[in-house]
Design a protein around this ligand. Structure first.
Ligand SMILES: Nc1nc2c(ncn2[C@@H]2O[C@H](COP(=O)(O)OP(=O)(O)OP(=O)(O)O)[C@@H](O)[C@H]2O)c(=O)[nH]1
Ligand SMILES: C[S@@+](CC[C@H](N)C(=O)[O-])C[C@H]1O[C@@H](n2cnc3c(N)ncnc32)[C@H](O)[C@@H]1O
Ligand code: SF4
Ligand code: SF4
Length: 325
């Protein structure tokens, strides 16, 4: 049995959100901060173990923990260890805003974390605070160092491209990459349900950046079917790489290879899809495993070919913290 949709796309990568809560207020995600909803409880470690085990049995090899902010969960080391010990999972990754990274990197690595994506929207402390609501750039950069020291080899930095907020910083980012063996991903701003005029004001296509990189001698890397959606560029004079994530460009979804489970246990077939297939009622005892497999496989038959962002349709996603990006 394996996970394949009606367009012959295969799924070996699961993004598992462990919380919707976040301590940052990124202008494009949670501009007013996270507002707790008392009725919601997030998946327990046992529920996470069951859902991850079942996906591993269906061929998933990589699980990325995301959120909200995953480091806000006090039991995060137990979550990492649980997922890392599941047979078939060979890469446990996490996406974080860098909170607690400086102090916890070693603990997370020891628990089994092998790949880390850290969001850094500006290398200018004031601009960073303007975008995220937090004056924490220095602390997060120290967290990156700590992760490298701890032994995490695959580190990427995520930067949402924002017109008039950080687009003038490209040269500074490139300079930084000269001696940083990391991949910097520039992500086009995507419109979500709760986003107001900010989208029109700050959306900027990645295409001019691509043109500049090619002009300056960066070389586009060939893409494996199992790679993510980023177009990746390298340069002989730079230790780092650039990855461009351009969801508004043609054929972006053609190689979609990931599925998502939200922090309340719903299967989402697309970042911008429908309500989600509830799985939580089948995460209560280990014996529900084969029923859970059937529900996931049945759900996958409904996966659509692309998102509908061009029509201004973001599905039910109010902001990316709700589903883990
Ligand atoms: N539209 C769309 N955006 C995506 C998709 N995957 C990643 N992104 C965007 O890229 C952001 C960063 O993704 P990450 O959490 O760093 O994970 P990733 O890109 O899968 O990273 P790797 O596992 O290292 O390839 C997400 O929050 C989204 O904004 C996708 O399938 N569709
Ligand atoms: C939703 S966050 C969750 C993990 C963690 N809190 C973080 O910020 O890395 C995952 C990624 O989504 C990106 N993101 C959030 N909203 C976005 C949007 N509207 N368009 C593009 N990227 C977005 C963030 O910059 C971050 O890199
Ligand atoms: S992008 Fe990440 S850090 Fe920023 S508000 Fe959203 S969930 Fe929080
Ligand atoms: S937008 Fe949806 S279909 Fe397209 S790559 Fe992302 S998750 Fe896959």
């Amino acid at each position: 049995m394996m996970l394949q949709d009606g367009f012959s796309r295969r799924f070996h990568y699961l993004r598992l959100s462990v919380t919707e809560a976040c301590n940052f207020r990124c202008t494009y995600c949670l501009p007013d901060g996270y507002r707790p909803d008392g009725r919601k409880s997030f998946l327990t470690v046992d529920e996470i173990r069951r859902v991850a085990t079942t996906f591993a049995e269906l061929g998933v090899k990589k699980i990325r923990l995301t959120g909200g902010e995953p480091s806000m969960r006090r039991d995060l080391p137990a979550i990492i260890e649980t997922v890392a010990n599941i047979s078939g999972i060979d890469n446990v990754a996490m996406t974080t805003n860098g909170y607690r990274l400086k102090d916890r990197a070693q603990q997370w690595f020891d628990a089994g974390l092998r790949s880390l994506n850290v969001s850094i929207d500006s290398l200018d402390p004031r601009q960073f605070q303007l975008i995220t609501g937090e004056n924490k750039l220095a602390e997060i950069l120290a967290g990156l160092d700590a992760a490298q020291q701890a032994g995490v080899r695959k580190i990427k930095v995520n930067t949402v491209l924002l017109k008039n907020l950080n687009d003038h910083e490209l040269s500074q980012f490139l300079f930084w990459l000269k001696n940083q063996p990391i991949q910097l991903r520039l992500i086009e701003l995507m419109q979500t349900g709760e986003m107001d005029a900010r989208f029109q004001k700050h959306h900027q296509s990645g295409l001019p950046v691509k043109a500049r990189l090619l002009r300056e001698g960066w070389i586009q890397q060939s893409r494996d079917l199992t790679d993510g959606p980023a177009e990746v560029f390298s340069h002989p004079d730079y230790q780092g790489q650039i990855g461009l994530i351009m969801p508004y460009s043609k054929d972006f979804c053609a190689n979609c290879n990931r599925l998502r489970v939200s922090s309340v246990g719903k299967l989402h077939l697309c970042l911008f899809g429908e309500e989600g297939v509830p799985l939580r009622d089948l995460l209560q005892v280990d014996e529900q495993n084969s029923e859970l497999q059937s529900r996931i496989l049945q759900g996958l038959t409904h996966k659509r070919e692309t998102h509908f962002l061009h029509e201004g349709n973001s599905g039910v996603t109010p902001h990316l913290a709700s589903i883990g990006g």
